[in-house]
Design a protein around this ligand. Structure first.
Ligand SMILES: Nc1ncnc2c1ncn2[C@@H]1O[C@H](COP(=O)(O)OP(=O)(O)O)[C@@H](O)[C@H]1O
Ligand SMILES: N[C@@H](CCOP(=O)(O)O)C(=O)O
Length: 447
């Protein structure tokens, strides 16, 4: 991939390095970008090889704000293949630290950043450079799209994470952290993460880290996603897509795409998603280890037929077959009741209360039930509309029923009514910091 075009602030660094004040500090000037024409390339190459110059290449007044949706993977029969984005959003804000007047004495590359956590996981997630989001911002900035040696001055950065996705419950929290972090790092490097190429890079990077694409794909693209790995990696250069259209599949290293995802579009507003979220955490890695490594033909046929039915049901809006379509014999029977978790009781309660279909979300323990929504024949246009009072009433009845069944089984947790989300990761830049003030805070690293 060619390096991104220089941005205004990248340009300014050339000028910063060349214009020295009597005190030896780097000075912000208001020179126009056209002044770059006189920069000596050889000298610039030497300067940018220095980590301190790299640090200064970050825009001084940019603050990035990212949102990522929770996801529900597998959806019953789509083990490692299907996933849907939900309107439960984590937010990540990355900016220069605001808790200090000067960065003097704070090593940009070895100090911990300032990390503020709000919401879910505040008692368990780390607040230093080992935090999953922080580590991924660094990775996104330094290596995901890197064509040079820029290092993120992580010790000078501040991360504010507003977490609404409860960690380790089967709602794609780890994928959200990977996607938000890498996307933020790419955005700080000046890449527009909303382009099809950037989203494809995100898919390749995060699916490889996660080990399966079914959470990260909806987290990146939104909606209901169907993922696969091409049979012959050599022949995939031309076939990866902008999630629906033929497009440019090259990743950063110009390797063939390992993961491909397609969107399954419903013809009507999809049903609401009712979640029962148990209080206890469950590690995806551990529950994956408990699955069989071989299956009978009978169980495979059972599962693939439901998988096909689920895609049919969703793409045609035939919600009445969702109950059958969300069954499987690959993972739910092993992760549910045998481990002592009352999965069958929760699914039955949801169904009896009027849910169209329900399943263990991801690797569990959360259970998702689809409820409400329009019947295909009652709505002609493909327009997403707010939930009707009838849909909300049905969803609320399903939530109550799951709550009751969980209590009866001795389980503590909460139910949440939400909806599928059309959108994946989004990034917005805000200009907040006064540039002159910012340049005063940056110490002269050359002493
Ligand atoms: N908001 C977050 N910020 C940083 N790391 C996170 C966040 N959410 C989850 N993680 C990481 O992901 C782990 C949970 O991953 P996993 O077991 O796959 O559960 P999930 O089903 O929620 O994805 C957590 O233990 C933590 O290490
Ligand atoms: N296909 C994966 C999905 C894991 O989802 P998560 O939200 O629990 O991380 C699996 O079933 O292991």
């Amino acid at each position: 991939m060619p390096p991104p075009p220089p941005r205004f602030w990248d340009t300014l660094v050339h000028i910063l390095v060349r214009v020295e004040t009597p005190g030896g500090r780097l000075a912000v000037t208001s020179a126009t970008p056209s002044a770059v024409c006189v920069v000596d390339d050889e000298r610039y190459a030497q300067i940018t090889a220095l980590p301190e110059a790299a640090a200064l290449n970050l825009p001084l007044d940019e603050e990035w704000h990212l949102t990522v949706p929770a996801t529900s993977a597998n959806m019953g029969p789509g083990f490692d293949t299907l996933g849907i984005a939900l309107e439960v959003l984590n937010e990540v804000c990355v900016r220069w630290r605001t808790d200090v007047d000067t960065f003097e004495g704070i090593d940009p590359f070895t100090s911990d950043p300032q990390v503020t956590l709000l919401g879910e996981g505040v008692d368990s997630l780390p607040r230093d450079a080992t935090n999953g989001v922080v580590a991924m911002v660094k990775r996104g900035y330094e290596s995901t799209v890197a064509t040079d040696k820029m290092k993120l001055p992580i010790g000078w950065m501040e991360f504010v994470c507003v977490n609404r996705i409860p960690p380790a419950r089967g709602m794609g929290s780890s994928s959200g952290a990977l996607v938000a972090g890498i996307a933020a790092g790419m955005a700080l490097r000046g890449h527009d993460v909303t382009t099809s190429k950037a989203r494809n890079i995100l898919l390749q990077e995060t699916a490889a880290l996660e080990g399966h694409p079914d959470n990260v794909a909806p987290c990146i693209y939104g909606g209901f996603q169907l993922c696969y790995t091409p049979r012959s990696l050599e022949s995939t250069m031309e076939i990866d897509t902008d999630n629906g259209e033929l497009g440019d599949a090259l990743t950063r290293s110009e390797k063939p795409a390992q993961y491909i995802s397609r969107r399954v579009e419903p013809p009507t507003t999809p049903p609401l998603a009712v979640l029962y979220i148990p209080d206890f955490e469950s590690s995806t890695k551990e529950t994956r280890a408990s699955l069989p490594t071989e299956y009978s033909v009978k169980d495979v046929v059972f599962t693939i037929s439901r998988n096909a039915l689920l895609i049919h049901a969703y793409s045609c809006g035939e919600w009445k077959v969702l109950d059958e379509a969300t069954r499987d014999r690959m993972h739910q029977p092993y992760r549910g009741d045998p481990s002592g978790f009352p999965l069958s009781r929760l699914l039955k309660a949801a169904q009896e209360a009027g849910a169209h279909g329900s399943f263990m979300s991801g690797a569990g323990p959360t259970v998702l039930a689809f409820a409400g929504g329009y019947a295909m024949e009652s709505k002609a246009s493909n327009v997403t509309e707010p939930a009707t009072p009838e849909a909300m009433l049905q969803a609320s009845a399903v939530a109550d029923a799951m709550d009751k069944a969980a209590k009866a089984a001795g389980l503590t947790g909460r139910s949440v009514v939400t909806a599928p989300s059309n959108n994946g990761v989004e990034a917005q830049m805000r200009r907040t910091v006064d540039v002159d003030k910012m340049s005063d805070r940056i110490p002269d690293l050359r002493d």
